[in-house]
Ligand binder design. Structure first.
Ligand SMILES: Nc1ncnc2c1ncn2[C@@H]1O[C@H](COP(=O)(O)OP(=O)(O)OP(=O)(O)O)[C@@H](O)[C@H]1O
Ligand SMILES: [Mg+2]
Length: 236
């Protein structure tokens, strides 16, 4: 198994046509290794969500390649691409998006039933819920837990398929700063414990403290480390 789990090659995304055309991503190339905890930062409208949608196989690039676990996904049909998405990627959203009528445990098991990998699903979902500190909440209905607890459950749900990459768009955006901090620590500890790659879009890089890598998006272009213009440090 290769150490590289994601490779972007000259990814470009253009929305619209003619006068109203917007180039949301320009020529983005980078790769990510197993276990890396990567932040994508940048101002509003810079292209962060568009980039995450490309990596998450929720949208296709106008040109360039998205290679996940060695497979060039740009060549896959729509059916194959959703299959590949379900098996390789886990998602955590800004709002936990739990199904209100199901229990916390049932919510965490959902990605497994979608994939028809139900063997041991309850046991593994319960184990993840213990890991995120919800051992006493798992049989409650999802609409009866707090926002922070719901987001913990969403993290467990994002991990239950043992995805190659977990993707999160503003996973703490809907939480107060104290709860947000515990969610950040939880994601970082799960990343270490499971050697799990996380790619997280955030407005607030400081909330995340020390992380493996930070990629800054500015006007649809990606900058990392020494490539980043120094004045950008002040604005992100
Ligand atoms: N479906 C779409 N159709 C047309 N333009 C789009 C679409 N999605 C995004 N854009 C444009 O692409 C650019 C990047 O948008 P994107 O949503 O990726 O920004 P963002 O960095 O996630 O912003 P925010 O921090 O506000 O969430 C913006 O100019 C936006 O208006
Ligand atoms: Mg966004």
């Amino acid at each position: 198994m290769s150490d590289v789990v994601l490779e972007l090659k000259e990814v470009t995304k253009t929305f619209g046509q003619g006068d109203t055309q917007v180039k949301a991503l320009s020529d983005i190339s980078f790769s990510v290794k197993r276990g890396e905890f990567l932040l994508i930062v940048g101002s509003s409208g810079s292209g962060k969500s568009t980039l995450l949608n490309m990596i998450g196989l929720l949208d296709r690039p106008t040109s360039g390649q998205v290679i996940i676990d060695g497979k060039n996904t740009t060549k896959l049909s729509d059916n194959k691409i959703s299959e590949y998405r379900n098996s390789k990627l886990g998602f955590i959203f800004q709002f936990s998006n739990l199904m209100a009528d199901l229990t916390v445990l049932e919510n965490v098991m959902l990605p497994r039933s979608i994939q028809r990998k139900e063997q041991n699903s309850q046991k593994e979902a319960a184990e993840l819920l213990r890991n995120v500190g919800l051992e006493n909440q798992m049989h409650k209905r999802a609409n009866k837990v707090s926002g922070g607890q719901a987001q913990r459950a969403a993290i467990a749900r994002g991990l239950v398929n043992r995805p190659t990459i977990v993707l999160a768009d503003e996973p703490t955006g809907n939480l107060d700063s104290v709860t947000a901090e515990t969610i950040v620590e939880l994601m970082k500890s799960m990343a270490k414990k499971l050697n799990q790659t996380f790619i997280i879009v955030t407005h607030d890089r400081h909330q995340f403290g020390q992380v493996d890598r930070v990629i800054t998006i500015k006007d649809g272009r990606a900058f990392e480390g020494e490539d980043m213009p120094p004045q950008m440090e002040l604005t992100t």
